[in-house]
Design a protein around this ligand. Structure first.
Ligand code: GMZ
Ligand code: MG
Ligand code: ZN
Length: 177
């Protein structure tokens, strides 16, 4: 199966150092909804793996987080596409969970859900932790320059990391090559 896994904040929607705390604050990045819809219509399964420590920090509830994801699904459906499994880590950095990136737990959950191997599956993120999570399970780490991506570019990236301007450029690459 053609599986693509996306980080959320900074890849699909604008990110904020103050966290994305409501549906109103959840604003798609230019071209991201169209990119997901086009990929979906081209036969790709688009899943999401997102850290959401704002839950543990008490900034927003799981109900609000789910409402953001319902909004994402609605917008992609309006373009004729669909979003696959969305997995999130609600834990704080000090809880020692297995799902918070850079740990690969969420990627493993997605692979198990679809009963596929992760080797070579593209995982698209804007933070170094995303790329490290990818590397940990032999996914293809892919950095976008949106969100925190420009800042991440200045760090030491995992060997073999692919770099794209944004999700739209990734969709064009995957659909047309
Ligand atoms: O990029 P994804 O994984 O979709 O989500 C990132 C968010 O959960 C938040 O992650 C926080 O990091 P800490 O969780 O506080 O280390 C900060 O970077 C926030 O700016 C950001 O909005
Ligand atoms: Mg991110
Ligand atoms: Zn977790």
């Amino acid at each position: 199966m053609k599986l693509l896994i996306l980080d959320r904040d900074g890849v699909i929607n604008h990110d904020s150092d103050a966290y994305i705390k409501s549906v109103e604050e959840w604003l798609p990045l230019p071209g991201s909804i169209e990119a997901i819809a086009q990929l979906s219509k081209a036969g790709w399964t688009v899943a999401v793996a997102t850290n959401q420590s704002g839950i543990a920090r008490g900034y927003y509830s799981i109900a609000v987080l789910e409402a953001m994801h319902e909004r994402l699904r609605e917008l992609v459906a309006e373009q004729g596409g669909e979003v696959g499994l969305i997995v999130y880590c609600p834990h704080g950095p000090d809880e020692g969970c297995d799902c918070r990136k850079p740990k690969p737990g969420m990627l493993k959950t997605i692979a198990a859900h679809y009963d596929v191997a992760l080797a070579g599956v593209w995982f698209v993120g804007d933070s170094l932790g995303d790329l490290e999570a990818a590397k940990a399970v032999d996914c293809q780490p892919v950095l976008v320059k949106t969100g925190k991506g420009e800042k991440t570019l200045g760090k030491t990236l995992p060997v073999g990391t692919l770099i794209f301007d944004d999700l739209a450029a990734i969709a064009a690459e995957l659909i047309h090559n």
